[in-house]
Structures are given as C-alpha cells and as structure tokens.
Design a protein around this ligand. Structure first.
Ligand SMILES: Nc1ncnc2c1ncn2[C@@H]1O[C@H](COP(=O)(O)OP(=O)(O)OP(=O)(O)O)[C@@H](O)[C@H]1O
Ligand SMILES: [Mg+2]
Length: 650
C-alpha cells in the first residue's frame, strides 16, 4: 500500500465532509475520485498530503512514498525563469549533480589530482545512471505534448496566463515521476489535443494516479477504479465510469428493496405489538417484540441527494437583428497570427460554438468581441445589445476576501440583498452560505458564483468561455437546459463535446486566420467534416491514379470482334446490336467517370467546401453520379458477358 485513510473523519466546523472512511491506494492503481460539487474531493486530497489533519482516524503513508499533487486552484507561484527551466526543476537531483560535476571539473583543471579525478568520474557515472543527459529533451517533449510551441519554451513563466501556468506545473510534476500523482481536475485548463496527450501519457505512467474529474469520457479511458464521495461516505467501484453508473443503479435498487422488505417486517411486528398489548397474558411477548425492533439495524431509505441548480437566464431587452459585426479583423501575438483580415457576423438567435484545435485563438476572439483584448479592424455592436462575459479565468477574477453576497453586490445590478439571496438560493447557496468567503469555496462553488454573476445582468448576449469547467455532470446538464431555454444570443468556447452538441446551432472555426462559419449543430459539422476529409483523400488518390494512367487510355475489356466464325443472320444482328450497346455504354461510362472526377475536385476545393450550400449541392450531384456509375458498370458487365456468349456460342 502506498497510502491510505483508516477510519478517517473530517469536518469543517459543524459540517462533516467525510465520516469513518477507509481507503487504501495500491501501487500503479488508476483511480477516479468523483462526487458532486462541494462534497469534499479536493479536501480529501489535502488530507493525503497533510494539509489537513483528520479529527478521527489516521492517514497512513510509508516514508518512501513520493507524492505529486496538482491543486485545483491555480497557484500564486511566480518566477522569471523560462517555462523550460521551471519544468526541468523536476530533476532536482540531476541539476544538483550537474553543478557538482561542473565544480569538480574546474578543480580538476586547476589541481589535476587523482582523488578529484575519481570523484569526477564517479559523478559522471551517477549522472549516466540517472539518465541525466536527456532531461532537457524529456522536458521539451512533455511541454510540447501539453500544447506549448517550440518558441514558447524559452519565454518566462510569468508571461503565461493561469491556465498555461497550470500546464507547466503539470509538466514538472509528471516529469518528477512520483509514486502517486494526485490530480485535481487536470483537464479543466486543457484543450482537446492536450487532453488526449495527457490520457496517453498517464496510461503508461509508472505509478499510482488519483484523478478528480467531472469528465465522463476522460474517466472512462483513464481509470479502472472509481471512488465516489457521496453522503459523507466513500463508495468504491472496481471499474471505469460506465461500470460505476451501472453498478450504482444496481446498488440503489438493492438498497431500496432491502429497505422496503424491512419496512414490511417492521409494520407486521408493530401490528402484533398493538394486538398483544391489549391482552395482559401477551404483554410480555409484546415487550420482547418491541425490544427486537429497537435493536434492529435500520436500513436507510434511498434518498437520492442531488444538487439541483436552478439556472434561469433572463433577457431584459430585445436587440436588433445583428448583434456584432466583425470586419477586417486582424490579431497577432508576435509571429503567431491568429486573425488576418477576418470577417463575421453574429445575428439575433445565434448560439455559436467556437471550436478549433489550438485553444489559443478561440479565447482571444471571444475577448476581442468582448472588447477585452486589443485588435486591428472593425468591431461594431448592434442596437440594444446588453452583453455579459464569462471569461475563462472568471474564477480567478473573484475577490477571495469577499463573501459570496458581497461579490454579488459588486456587480452593478439593481437587486436588493433579499433578491440577491433568492438568486443565490437557486445556485445552492442557502442561508448562512452566502456569508462564506470566496477563498474557501470549492471549484464548483466558485463556478456557481461566477455563473450567478453572469445571470444577474439579464443580458441578451452571452459570451461564455469554458462555462462547464469545475461543474459536476449533473450541473452541466442543468446548465445545458438553461441555455436551451435562453432567449438571447450567445457565443461560447468549450472543450466539452457533449455540451457543445447540446447547445450550439452554429459552429465557428478559426482556419488560416479566417472565421469559418457552419450553419448547423455540432453533430452535423462533425459528419460534414468527416465527409470532406474522405472526399479530399479520394480526390488525392484519384489524382495520383490518373497521373499514372491517363483517363483516355483504351479500355482493357473490349472484346475482340469475332472474325472467323460463321454465324447465322439473326445471330449476327444480335451481335451487332450488342456491340453497339456495348460501345454506347462504354462512352456513357467514360463520361460519367470524368464527371465524377470533376465533382471530386470541386468537393476538395476550399472555395466550395467552405460554402455549405454549394458544398451540399456538389455532394448531392456526386451521390447521383456515383449511383449512375454503379448502374452503368452493371449494364456494362451484363452486355460484356452477353457479347462473349454470342461470340463464343456459335
Ligand atoms: N477552510 C474551509 N472552511 C470551511 N468550509 C470549507 C473550507 N474549505 C472548504 N470548505 C467547504 O467544504 C466543502 C468541500 O470542499 P471541496 O473543495 O473539498 O469540494 P470538492 O468536492 O472538491 O468540490 P468541487 O467539485 O466543486 O471542486 C465545500 O462546501 C467548501 O465550501
Ligand atoms: Mg474540488
């Protein structure tokens, strides 16, 4: 066992987080720690690293066990060092050794004595054993996997935003290779390619990993054990997330049945007691039944506890038809061009999801729209637009020393405290909760405060950057429903595919500095993209094939005209008829092939495939042409066979 909780109880004041919990972590286990927002997952991790002490029970840990712990809150750690240097800090021992070798080398030059030489070679050997010569390469590899470009590596750490700093710290931690990695919602600040990279990396990780996450897909691929913190108890499931869901339903059903059976039993016995009580002769029996019932270990009713957020976005005014117009928009960070003379428009009723591989350009575009970032070009607002911006690092923007209520007061709405408390109630902060300081809130609780602030404005235009971060899955579903009901217009950035597919009616993608719009939901966009890729590939192979073999080349299959066979008149006529038919079909087939080749080229043409209507038309034509092709090929075969028969037959 690496580390374990033994009958641990922990509470914040009167609030019990966990009661009498036992959980042992074995080497190399892959565990997902789950539970609703605010149940105490982050707190449990802090118990493991001794930031908190249990009020009862013990945290057992062998002395040698090394632990790497990634916080959910971004750290205040700051430095002028480059991110590569920060990440390489993981190799403390190697760096120390490097210094010693350098010093010994200098001394050797000066004195040249034998003892120094021996020391020197010993250290070199040690370095070799530690694999110390490629630490830079290893660090670069991990940083690149997490989305940093080569040019980034030597930039100072402090130039990076919170999310990117977190990636550097994550890189440093996994490079240090501790026996146990405790990762508190590591995917919150990552985009899809980085999440996929992390998945692969962690799958081969030599050590135990405990991941707190609200991401079903990630958990399903990453873990083989689920520990759920629910109703102040730890529930262990030996499988991935899907297994947990199924198994939990079974457990609930079993508990419900057991509960109902016990209730029946209790009621029966209570009736007996009632009857016996009246008769003096049976009073003793009634007594003993009552005692038995008292001693009974009562099964709890399955009261399913679920945090039901009540999110309601309201709209105050109706805006004009066009909310935002972007024109000649350009933006670059040094060499990195994000937008070049781009153009786009947001219309009333649009629910746009901004997607794209890199993760850098999306938030930037959103910030430009929100006027929170400099740019070149024009950005024009329509009439009556009242916007509200949920920025990516919204949670960091909350004032830690404010109470929740103070934070809400500070956002300029006309609401009274009473109204604000009512609103906060919908976000599950009831009674005294509203006097809690932001500092102590869990990740999900902070996200709820930030969402409440977005809602309080009654804006008709929402700009949401990663709004599902930190929210538990149930809350995400409630947010989806609220956004579906929302009558305003919105644009959002998210790496949660489920969330995007349920909320957006348009997709924007930043490609080559331009904003490409797809007028349809995410699933259609995916299918369209898939077809486009296939068509491009097909066009390529077609082009390659036609280079080798000119289309005009004589068909190989033409049967040789019969020459020497004496044949009947009738037979000859039929043969001629079939030969003519054969020729016609062949011509039609060649024409059809040429047509298809042209259509394939069209489909792979960016001018056409970026225009949904033209693309769909071309695609329709293509489908039709390929059906025609199938038909012709069949005819061709049939006629060919018939011809052969006629020529051979007689
Ligand atoms: N120092 C503290 N004093 C009082 N209450 C606290 C303190 N720290 C945390 N809490 C409360 O304890 C509860 C558990 O917090 P924790 O951060 O462990 O939750 P979590 O399960 O990680 O939630 P999330 O999924 O939102 O990250 C929360 O309601 C939080 O407000
Ligand atoms: Mg947490």
């Amino acid at each position: 066992m690496l580390i374990g909780l033994q009958n641990v109880t922990f509470e914040f004041g009167a609030r019990v987080i966990v009661k009498d919990a036992t959980w042992h972590i074995q080497p190399n286990e892959r565990i997902g720690l789950i539970g609703y927002n605010g149940t105490g997952k982050s707190t449990l991790l802090k118990l493991f690293v001794n930031q908190y002490m249990p009020s009862a029970g013990t945290v057992e840990r062998s002395k040698e066990t090394t632990i790497g712990y990634l916080h959910q809150d971004l750290l205040s750690f700051d430095t002028n060092e480059s991110i590569l240097q920060v990440a390489m800090g993981a190799f403390e021992k190697v760096l120390q050794l490097e210094k010693e070798i350098e010093a010994l080398g200098r001394e050797l030059e000066k004195t040249g004595d034998e003892k120094t030489l021996i020391d020197y070679t010993d250290k070199l050997h040690e370095m070799e054993l530690l694999g110390g010569y490629n630490i830079q390469h290893k660090s670069e590899e991990v940083l690149q996997g997490l989305g940093f470009s080569n040019a980034d590596l030597n930039r100072p750490y402090k130039e990076f935003s919170g999310g990117w700093r977190m990636r550097v710290l994550l890189a440093k931690m996994i490079l240090a290779k501790p026996d146990l990695l405790l990762l508190d919602e590591p995917t919150n600040h990552l985009d899809l390619p980085s999440i996929e990279w992390l998945e692969k990396y962690l799958q081969h990780y030599q050590g135990a990993v405990v991941i707190v996450s609200h991401d079903k897909f990630f958990l399903n691929r990453m873990v083989t054990k689920i520990v759920e913190l629910y109703q102040r108890e730890l529930h262990i499931y030996n499988g991935n997330y899907d297994f947990y869901e199924k198994e939990k339903a079974v457990r609930i059903e079993m508990q419900q049945k057991a509960y109902e059976n016990q209730q029946d039993y209790i009621r029966q016995n209570e009736r007996l007691v009632e009857r016996f009580r009246a008769k003096a002769s049976k009073a003793a029996m009634a007594q003993s039944i009552m005692k038995k019932l008292d001693k009974l270990d009562r099964i709890e009713d399955v009261a399913i506890e679920r945090p039901d957020l009540r999110i309601n976005f309201r709209v105050d005014k109706v805006p004009g038809r066009v909310l935002v117009e972007l024109d000649h928009l350009s933006k670059a960070f040094g060499e990195n061009v994000i937008l070049r003379d781009a153009k786009a428009e947001i219309d009333r009723g649009d629910k746009i999801a901004l997607i794209g591989a890199n993760g850098k350009g999306k938030s930037t575009l959103l910030r430009i729209i929100a006027d929170a970032e400099s740019y070149a070009g024009n950005r024009k607002w329509g009439h009556n637009v009242e916007e509200s911006f949920y920025a990516q690092h919204q949670l960091e923007a909350l004032a830690l020393d404010h109470t929740i209520l103070e934070e809400m007061r500070g956002c300029g709405s006309q609401m009274t405290d009473l109204e604000l408390r009512a609103l906060l109630g919908c976000f599950l902060f009831s009674g005294d909760d509203t006097d809690k300081k932001i500092r102590i809130l869990s990740g999900g609780e902070k996200a709820r405060v930030a969402l409440a602030k977005t809602i309080v404005s009654k804006a008709n235009f929402l700009m949401l950057d990663e709004p599902t971060n930190h929210l538990d899955m149930h809350s995400v579903d409630l947010l989806i429903n609220a956004l579906k009901r929302y009558e305003g217009t919105m644009i959002l950035v998210s790496h949660d595919r489920h969330f995007i597919s349920k909320t957006a009616n348009k997709i924007w993608e930043i490609v080559d500095g331009q904003i490409k719009e797809f007028k349809g939901p995410y699933d259609e966009w995916v299918a369209w993209n898939e077809r486009m890729r296939k068509n491009q590939a097909a066009a390529k192979t077609e082009a390659a094939a036609s280079k080798k073999k000119p289309v005009a080349a004589a068909p190989v299959r033409t049967p040789a005209p019969a020459v020497n066979t004496p044949i009947s008149k009738e037979h000859k006529k039929e043969l001629q008829r079939q030969q003519k038919l054969f020729q016609q079909t062949e011509e039609a087939l060649n024409k059809n092939k040429a047509e298809m080749a042209q259509l394939e080229k069209d489909l792979a043409n960016p001018d056409i495939y970026s225009d949904k209507d033209r693309f769909l038309k071309a695609e329709q034509d293509y489908t039709q042409a390929s059906r025609e092709n199938e038909r012709l090929e069949k005819d061709y075969e049939t006629i060919f066979t018939r011809l052969m028969e006629l020529e051979e037959g007689d």
